[in-house]
Design a protein around this ligand. Sequence first.
Ligand code: GAR
Length: 210
Amino acid sequence: MIKIMEPRRLKLAILASGRGSNFDAIYAAIEKGDLSADIKILISDQEEAPALGKAVKRGIEAQYIEPRNYKNRDEYENYVVSRIKEHNVDLVVLAGYMRLVGKVFLDAYKWKVINIHPALLPAFTGLHAQQQAVDYGVRFSGCTVHMVDEGMDTGPIILQSVVPVLPEDDEESLAGRILMEEHKTYWQALQLFAEGRLFIKGRKIYITGT
Ligand code: GAR
């Protein structure tokens, strides 16, 4: 069993492609004192991502990095990693980052890249997870906070939270219900890192003190 990290006040980098409501929720948990962390930088691969403006408004360094300006994914990720390294961060937090993370990232931050996915993994990976859940007819769905590995939404699971799927749900209504859980579950998972309570063996994560 390997201890993921010693207790500390976390330095976070956030990667976001869109709205940034998960970033907001993490920021709010820090402000409230529920999460022992500081957000050092927010990076987006989308110029128009509202998350960028939200970060600036909160006095957090924000940068748009255009993937198409780089020859390939490795070069793009090398640059992103170099920007993140300047801030000496402990964790890279994907908050609606709609891009597969590659080897460069994972080599630089093994077990330190975290994602939230709007389904109960391993069900409904990839895009439109909420629509997939509605179409499949499951009675429950939810969100999963997990470590990122080289697969798509396949990494070790840290926390999950469950919501009911109602007969009248469509993608939007289910997404809204799941999002409310995401906003509580993500910072709680990050706080487990801050408290040094996470261990990993094989693909399983163990939480001490529960
Ligand atoms: C969230 O629902 C998050 O789970 C999902 O994108 C949304 C981002 O919202 N992420 C994925 O689907 C990643 N596979 P936000 O920008 O308001 O945080």
